[in-house]
Design a protein. Sequence first.
Length: 195
Amino acid sequence: MLQDTFDYNENWVLNASNQQVIWDSTGITITDDRDAALKLRLMAGGLFVTNDGGQTWKNAVRGDGISTDILTAGRINTSEIYIYDGAHSSFRWDNTGINAYFTDDSNTNFGKYVRFDRFGIYGCNEETDEPDSEEAIWANSNIKFGLTWKGFFLRGGDGNNSSLNISDDGEGIVFKIKNKNAGTSLEISTDGMLI
């Protein structure tokens, strides 16, 4: 039964009309009839590819993974990609954006991150609700800095009590500096007037 399966698959591969297949001591080599420079070779070490007729080969797939050095794609589904720093996940690319997480020697803090998404780039230093809009990013006191389409803000460790905002109010650029703890605030309007 198993031999019949091998025979069937061998017959199917060998009868393809747009390729040449050679099965020898170097593995199985498949050459594209439309472009002889394009070849694939399958052997115990992995799946190798060449685009120069076999002068050089690149290992595309190994037993331990897929090489991203030769990845070509029109789209990559990023529903969940993790990049590890040693034993800990330092970066994650998922539906929330590209996230860089704070990592120390013992673990990854998924509540402390810098994120790049469709709203901009911003950083959070503790667990918080996922922002679902640019306004939510600006309103969330746990998000300590942000550069969005609206502008730039930087908050002190005390949330909204001290901050620097540079934003566009639709009329022009507005600068705001405040320190509620010290009772000071400075705002410069679009026409250069102190508010």
